[in-house]
Structures are given as structure tokens and as C-alpha cells.
Design a protein around this ligand. Structure first.
Ligand SMILES: Cc1cc2nc3c(=O)[nH]c(=O)nc-3n(C[C@H](O)[C@H](O)[C@H](O)COP(=O)(O)OP(=O)(O)OC[C@H]3O[C@@H](n4cnc5c(N)ncnc54)[C@H](O)[C@@H]3O)c2cc1C
Length: 366
């Protein structure tokens, strides 16, 4: 195999589209693997009340517009159906559900001449359908599979329910309950505004004072935000979330929620008790539910054997290429973790990989 793509979300499908356009044949030259049951990437798991109309700035995949979608339908259905049509239209033949458990360097030099033997120049992708030996890898595994739960003293003693955004079922489950929402990002504010309509009480707790952004978010602001994340990745640090650099957009719903007190925020509590949370100054809040809207991390544990991580915990990339291994590209990672970024990253990775493959082929024929 020339290229294995792991993940069939926005980033993986964009890469597959560009591989196909470059003349590579699915199942012969490249393969796309995804461990989720259906088309849609992480969108298929998003809660039903996240309607298509509430999704902001969803860019269509390359080569096919998403038009006429009903804004009141769940984004999981709209985008799932769109991705499904996309895969069939471009005949991308995604293998699912296929789990990638590890990627290893197949380096072998059994004759001791310093050159790689046989498949030794290949990466070995271990999956639930066997091992693929590949010349290049496009990793497009997103973040949904790695929800981030911070740890607080007393957490295990809490007698109520704790859940993360990744398991948020929609507001109905919180009717009549006292709910603490932790986290100052877009998901946290959306959960709060929905839950406040049906809950007995809500409390919002964030580590930092949330930053609300007035005015439009144009191309210049977008570029500045991407540059900030890029800088972290260049330094080998784990990428941070987009909201942490863009702030929360002030729309009418958020203005209303702020005016009604739903978005009055408390600083982070110091510990969790059997009945709620407590601060060192003696303040307490009782709760039935703690909802952790504390974000996600890159789902890249399967790349661990390749030792791509820097001491800072992140993987340094140049464009989309891992600095420590030119055969590996990360798309939808760090600065490209948005629908538009994922589109561009897919194309950039394919351009770079074609160059690598052509160079190898030229070297082999000399
Ligand atoms: C709640 C929420 C709302 C968002 N709203 C927006 C928005 O409005 N606009 C926007 O631009 N961005 C938004 N984003 C960010 C958005 O998710 C990304 O921009 C983009 O959709 C991610 O695409 P992806 O292909 O990188 O990842 P994903 O869509 O997560 O796809 C990754 C795929 O990889 C698969 N996978 C993971 N690990 C493995 C493995 N080991 N083996 C096999 N398969 C694997 C998964 O099954 C999944 O299908 C939002 C994110 C969240 C959490």
C-alpha cells in the first residue's frame, strides 16, 4: 500500500479525495480505515439538540457542496448523510468499523548493510482487519475519542452523576436536577443554555474568566487564531482548543443568557464532595449532576511506538508532516482542527506525500 489514511472525518475524507484525484486507486494504492460504525466522523456522535443550524462555520468537503440542509435537523444526521453520499460519489471505499491499534516502524536491516530490507522502509499499521505495510500514513483521527476529564480531589466520592460532553444526551435528561457545568468553551455554554431551560438550578464553573468576542470573526481573525495554535505545535507542545484562542462569539442567545444570569461564572472549585462541590473559602454548591465540558485531546495513542512526541508532549509538524518521521502526516491536528483547516490539510498532506513517493521511486530506479 502507498498510503493508509486513519479516520474518515472531514480531514481523512479530504485527504482521500485528493489521493483519488491524484490517480491513486482505493484498495490498491491507498486505504481509508475508520473505527466508527457509520459515515460522519465524530459528527455522528454529537447530541441531537446540536442541530445543523447551531453549527457555525461548517465548510463543505472538497468537490461537493452541502446545500439545502434543514437547519432544524440534528447535525449528526445532516452531516452523516452528506459524508455518506460523499464517500459513495467519489468511491472512497472506507473500511469500517476497523480499529487501528498501533503504528510501528517496519525498519529491518537483517543483512546489516545499513539499508532497510524488504518492507523495512514501510510503516506497519496494526488494525482489527490485519496489518498494512505502507509507504506513508495520513493520521486523521480527530479528538472525539479522547475526552479530557480533569481530576479533582474527592471526585470519586460524589454520589450524583458525572458525565462528559462526549456522552451528553441533550437537555431532557437534566429536567428538575441541580447541574454544575464545568468548562468555558463553546460546548459548555451551549449545554448550559439548553439545560437551564429544564433544570432546577445550574452553576457554571470555569478555570479562567471566559472571553466573549464582540464583532465579526473574519478571515484575519481566523488567520491570527490559527497562527497561535501553529506556534504551540512548532514548539512541540500539545495543541490547545480553538475557543481558547478565539474566545466565545457573542450572539443573541449568549447575550440573553448572560442577561438572565445563566452565564454568571464561578471560579474553579477546590474539591468535590459527596453532595456537590466546595471552595476553600467555605462556599459550597450542592448538585445532582456534574457535566464536564472540558474538551478533548488529540486521539493519537496508536502512534506512540513511532516516538513522535517532543518532551513538551506534542508532535512537531511542518505543514502537516511530522518532523520526526517524514512518512507521517497529521491532518485535523492542531492548527488544522477545524473543517476548513482539515480540508486544506488533506490537500497539503497528499501533495507532500506524492513528492515523497516520487522521490523514493526515482531513487529505486537509479
Ligand atoms: C461539539 C463540537 C462542535 C464543533 N463544531 C464545529 C463547527 O461548527 N465548525 C468547525 O469547523 N469545526 C467544529 N468542530 C471541530 C470539528 O470537529 C473539526 O473541525 C472536524 O470536524 C474534525 O474532523 P476530523 O476529521 O479531524 O475528526 P473527526 O470528525 O473526529 O474524525 C476522526 C475519525 O477518526 C476515527 N478514528 C479515531 N481513532 C481511530 C483509530 N484508532 N482507528 C480507526 N479510526 C479512528 C473516528 O472514528 C472518526 O470517524 C466542532 C467540534 C466539536 C467537539
Amino acid at each position: 500500500m502507498d498510503v493508509v489514511v486513519i479516520g474518515a472525518g472531514q480531514a481523512g475524507l479530504s485527504a482521500a479525495f485528493h489521493l483519488r484525484r491524484a490517480g491513486l486507486e482505493p484498495d490498491r494504492d491507498f486505504v481509508v480505515l475508520d473505527h466508527s460504525p457509520r459515515a460522519g466522523g465524530a459528527w455522528q456522535f454529537r447530541w441531537p439538540s446540536l442541530t445543523y443550524g447551531k453549527v457555525h462555520g461548517m465548510y463543505a468537503l472538497p468537490g461537493m457542496e452541502l446545500t439545502g440542509a434543514d437547519p432544524t435537523r440534528p447535525s449528526s444526521e445532516v452531516i452523516g448523510a452528506y459524508f455518506d453520499t460523499y464517500e459513495r460519489t467519489f468511491d472512497l471505499r472506507v473500511h469500517r468499523p476497523v480499529d487501528v491499534t498501533a503504528v510501528r516502524d517496519g525498519f529491518r536491516d537483517e543483512d546489516g548493510d545499513g539499508a532497510r530490507d524488504g518492507d523495512g522502509g514501510r510503516l506497519l499499521v496494526e488494525t482489527s482487519e490485519g496489518v498494512y505495510a505502507t509507504r506513508a500514513l495520513i493520521n486523521a483521527t480527530g479528538t472525539w475519542d479522547r475526552p479530557f476529564w480533569p481530576r479533582y480531589q474527592g471526585q470519586e466520592t460524589f454520589r450524583g452523576r458525572q458525565l462528559h460532553t462526549s456522552g451528553y444526551p441533550g437537555p431532557e435528561a437534566f429536567a428538575g436536577k441541580r447541574v454544575i457545568v464545568v468548562g468555558g468553551g463553546a460546548s459548555g455554554t451551549q449545554h448550559l443554555m439548553e439545560i437551564a431551560e429544564v433544570a432546577a438550578a445550574t452553576t457554571w464553573v470555569t478555570r479562567r474568566e471566559p472571553v466573549f468576542r464582540e464583532g465579526p470573526f473574519g478571515e484575519a481573525e481566523g488567520r491570527a487564531a490559527v497562527a497561535l495554535v501553529e506556534e504551540r505545535v512548532r514548539l512541540g507542545l500539545p495543541p490547545q482548543s480553538v475557543v481558547s484562542v478565539t474566545g466565545l462569539p457573542l450572539n443573541d442567545a449568549i447575550r440573553e443568557a448572560r442577561a438572565s444570569g445563566v452565564l454568571d461564572r464561578l471560579p474553579m472549585f477546590d474539591r468535590i464532595t459527596p453532595t456537590g462541590v466546595a471552595w476553600d473559602d467555605g462556599r459550597t454548591v450542592d448538585a445532582d449532576v456534574i457535566l464536564w465540558a472540558t474538551g478533548f485531546r488529540a486521539a493519537i495513542d496508536h502512534l506512540t511506538p513511532l516516538r513522535l512526541r517532543e518532551p513538551g508532549g506534542g508532535i512537531r509538524v511542518e505543514g502537516t508532516r511530522a518532523v520526526r518521521d517524514e512518512r507521517v502526516h497529521l491532518v485535523g491536528y492542531g492548527p488544522s482542527a477545524s473543517t476548513i483547516g482539515a480540508n486544506r490539510a488533506g490537500r497539503a498532506a497528499v501533495t507532500d506525500i506524492r513528492r515523497l513517493l516520487a522521490r523514493e521511486t526515482a531513487a529505486a530506479t537509479v
